[in-house]
Design a protein around this ligand. Sequence first.
Ligand SMILES: Nc1ncnc2c1ncn2[C@@H]1O[C@H](COP(=O)(O)OP(=O)(O)O)[C@@H](O)[C@H]1O
Ligand SMILES: [Mg+2]
Length: 281
Amino acid sequence: MRNLLKVGLRRLVTSPERYPVGDRNARIVAVAARKGGVGKTTTSVNLASALARYHGKRVLLIDLDPQGHVATALSKQVRRGGGPLSAVLEDDKGMEVLDAITTSDIENLDLTPLDDNLGMTEDLLGTRIGKEFILRDKLKVTRSHYDVIIVDCPPNLGNLTLNGLCAADQVLIPCDPSPLALKGVDALVDTITQVASRLNPQIDVLGVLLTRVDGRNITLNDAIVREIERSYGAALLPVRIGINSSLAKAQLEGRDIYDFDSDSRGARQYRELSDVIAAEL
Ligand SMILES: Nc1ncnc2c1ncn2[C@@H]1O[C@H](COP(=O)(O)OP(=O)(O)O)[C@@H](O)[C@H]1O
Ligand SMILES: [Mg+2]
């Protein structure tokens, strides 16, 4: 029997290609943790910036967190343009994330702009067929224009985070040295395991990144590091991010750490992290 969808009907629902396909194939890295305040946004912003500045990578930074901290953290460097990511995620007529992005003063770094409606998108996605794969679909052409796409995920395990995990090749898990954050890593690794078995078999953990490490609190740090090593072994990344007030000040100023204070310890450590990650791209 003739399959109407495959012959004529399909043409009615397929929209024309809006963008030419590029010649890259981005690695998609979701930055996720089941706890707020552990440095997800600080890591997303400064890692993205270091990969663009020092490794010449074409980088796209996607803010999946309705709090919109990425655009705020780069408010002095983001240029005009782009549109809301929520409109792309809610569209079913072939829009791409490329329709949302804006450029920045940092060469090779693009990002999604501030979007007040992303919180509502979280609920709307729940009504869609294949709701976990919307972002992945919207990156099909977009990823061919970048080397790396970094996705800053919200702390809750909602539809937006699930979309981040289903689009991702790898997950970077920031964790501050506190027992609560460690529990969050356990919960997230459980989630990633389920996502791997049911939704996105190619997902992998890029690593656990210790952030906000207070050099004076040696006993607690050592205990947490031992615990992470015991549970996750090689997943613990060799670079650790110490507490550094320049990182917080840069975020408040709306500039990446390399523009704000490129000699700071935070700048050095995030650059080291970018070296580790760029080496295996
Ligand atoms: N290494 C650090 N040293 C000092 N302050 C930091 C560091 N990392 C993050 N912060 C600050 O801690 C707060 C939470 O960090 P943020 O990256 O926004 O966390 P999340 O995105 O996980 O909620 C922000 O005010 C940020 O500037
Ligand atoms: Mg954040």
